[in-house]
Write a protein that binds this ligand. Structure first.
Ligand code: SAM
Length: 295
């Protein structure tokens, strides 16, 4: 926590932070907290027991989807799960801009056939066009600015009939319990960083299904685009749930220790207010976009 960067300083002045400031800020968050996404995302499940990683992998066909690219693969959780589920048939490639995350991925994937690249999703010229059957992205599109070059790269890298699938934040207002948690976290963050929330990491158009669809239609004209909403649940004892959930919000990383502790206490109180067998429950909406290339 307490990550003060050029991004937070520029946002505090009410300016849209520069792309360089965004990249440095994200790199610092991930350098100090590598692997934090998988810790919570692997515990959040829909009513059928699927995590958001499973939702992506459920689309893969062992016979057809041989070349897989994970954009912003982070600590390699999805690629490793893909290997565990489908064996060594697939060629797995991951790219991420954080070396600290890739270090974890390299350790995890040591026994598999993989290629990992340090790089930005906006510049994937080192990968071959029309070479991937499936491109996946778990929880990272909303951090990317500019986003259009990322979509264009995906379109070029996909083979005909290939597909792109991504998990992104759901629409906040669709789940009141999620909105409550979101509002607690942002209340503390906005005390110290009043513009956080009005200015966000990444391109805000990707943060809701309408904006996302509009952008996707522009960049993938010859494709079938579907966006579906899913709800994920994570139950745990309120004290640990409060800490785990807070880490899932990038906003919480900029808080001072003092405000962070107060926020954790309030989250704990909130999760304690509705217990089931002593455990509280975090409920989170996600959007799942799938783009199938027709030509
Ligand atoms: C929330 S984490 C998700 C990591 C991984 N996909 C997972 O779900 O376990 C977001 C990841 O996106 C990466 N990232 C953000 N913007 C990026 C960009 N423009 N190019 C490449 N990686 C990026 C970060 O370094 C981080 O590893």
């Amino acid at each position: 926590m307490n990550i003060i960067s050029d991004w937070t300083r520029q946002a505090k002045l009410g300016k849209q932070p520069s792309k360089v400031a965004l990249q440095k800020h994200l790199n610092e968050v991930h350098h100090k907290n590598p692997g934090f996404t998988e810790l919570i995302a692997s515990n959040c499940k829909d009513k059928y027991g699927n995590t958001s990683y499973d939702l992506l992998l459920n689309l893969l066909d062992k016979e057809k989807n041989l070349n897989i690219l994970d954009i912003a693969c982070g600590s390699g959780y999805l690629l490793n799960l893909c290997y565990k589920r489908f064996g060594a048939n697939f060629n797995l490639t991951g790219i991420d801009m954080s070396n600290s995350e890739l270090e974890l991925a390299r350790k995890k994937l040591i026994h598999t056939n993989y290629k990992l690249h340090l790089g930005m999703a906006q510049d994937l010229s080192f990968l071959e066009d029309n070479s991937f059957d499936a491109i996946l992205c778990h929880w990272a599109l909303t951090l990317m600015d500019p986003i259009i070059p990322v979509f264009k790269n995906i379109n070029s890298l996909l083979k005909n009939r290939g597909f792109f699938a991504a998990i992104i934040d759901g629409d906040i207002s669709t789940v009141p319990e999620y909105q409550k948690v979101h509002n607690i976290i942002y209340k503390y963050v906005q005390k110290e960083h009043p513009n956080y929330g009005f200015i966000e990491l990444g391109d805000i158009r990707v943060r809701n299904s309408k904006g996302l669809k509009k952008l996707a239609l522009k960049t993938f004209p010859d494709s079938d685009i579907t966006i579906t909403k899913h709800i994920l649940y994570f139950s745990d004892y309120p004290k640990s749930l409060a800490r785990e959930v807070a880490r899932f919000f990038y906003a919480s990383f900029v808080l001072s220790v003092k405000e962070h502790n107060k926020m954790i206490k309030e989250l704990e109180k909130y999760f304690s207010s509705k217990l089931n067998k002593g455990q509280g429950c975090y409920i989170m909406p996600v959007n799942f976009i799938c783009i199938k290339k027709n030509k």
